[in-house]
Ligand binder design. Structure first.
Ligand SMILES: [Zn+2]
Length: 310
């Protein structure tokens, strides 16, 4: 009999708290604002949630956490720019002592990729690459059902490094691209031009028009000439680093998470464009929308807590 697992998805804004009776099954119990600044407040919030909902699980049920940030299992630390409460703390050791139960922690992009690799679009495939295109760019890699964490918890971060072109040619028109300083400290990262904020930035530069990424994508579907150009530039910028990473890792499938996962037509265009650039293309789709882009953190966490995948 598998014990229920307590699952928490800790983001910069909210903590989603749930119980999982079996991997992939999630019952959301609560959602609270994340106490970002204070470790005392954050750890106490978890104590309170676990006490409040204890009729849903056993006294020794594991707590499995999906979190934003870089999870370093060797140092037992999480670095998240938007959750300063984590800094200087050894999360797994301190939380398992405080909560008197096993604690598992993984990065949210890794949890999404794990969910897709076991229960979603990557089921039974050996190499599953998660490509997160949301507010920013992120990634995760699962090989043979296990998260590959990389040194210091950094893996599949295809949004960082000075990798974007300085110009792209769209139908013979040469378009100069801004090189913007990134939150990681470098200049010219894909992350600055390719996430939701990046699309908005591109559109503003190309057309001097301030629209949300959602508005730009909607206008593109309506064949608005300006939005079409923005999306063509975006596809050109994103496809090259993604193709490079696919040549390096040779994933069985690339599962898209984040806001872009709700745009299947755009992902199909990205798939076509990337397949024209990789060394071993196939006819079937290689880049597909994930099915767990809404709750991949909690579903991945439910897998972490049930089987020893790390
Ligand atoms: Zn960067």
């Amino acid at each position: 009999m598998v014990k229920p697992v307590i699952c928490a998805d800790i983001g910069g804004s909210f903590i989603k708290f749930a119980v999982s009776a079996k991997p992939g099954q999630i019952k959301l119990l609560d959602k609270i604002a994340t106490p970002n600044e204070s470790w005392q407040a954050l750890s106490q919030a978890l104590v309170t949630l676990i006490e409040q909902w204890q009729s849903n699980y056993d006294r020794d049920s594991a707590l499995a956490i999906s979190t934003t940030g870089i999870v370093d299992h060797v140092a037992d630390t999480v670095f998240a720019g938007n959750i300063r409460a984590y800094h200087t703390h050894q999360l797994r050791r301190e939380l398992s002592q405080l909560l008197k139960r096993p604690v598992y922690i993984a990065n949210d992009a890794d949890c999404f990729t794990l969910a897709e690799a076991h229960l979603g679009k990557g089921s039974n495939l050996p190499i599953v690459l998660g490509a997160i295109v949301g507010t920013g760019i992120g990634g995760g890699l699962v090989i043979n059902g296990k998260i590959i964490e990389g040194r210091g918890g950094v893996m599949a971060e295809w949004g960082h490094g000075p990798i974007t072109r300085t110009e792209v040619s769209i139908h013979g028109r040469l378009i100069h691209l801004p090189r913007i300083r990134c939150g990681c400290g470098q200049t010219g990262c894909l992350d600055t031009l390719a996430g939701a904020r990046g699309i908005e930035r591109l559109h503003l530069q190309l057309h001097q028009q301030s629209l949300t990424s959602q508005q730009i994508m909607t206008l593109d579907k309506q064949s608005d000439v300006q939005a079409e150009l923005t999306i063509q530039v975006w596809l050109a910028i994103v496809s090259e680093p993604l193709a490079l990473m696919m040549n390096i890792l040779s994933p069985s499938i690339v599962v898209v998470g984040g806001g872009l996962a709700s745009e299947p037509e755009l992902i199909a265009r990205l798939d076509e464009q990337v397949k024209a650039l990789i060394l071993n293309p196939i006819n079937a789709p290689l880049i597909v929308p994930g099915i767990f882009h809404q709750d991949g953190g909690l579903i991945g966490a439910s897998l972490l807590g049930t089987v020893d995948l790390l």
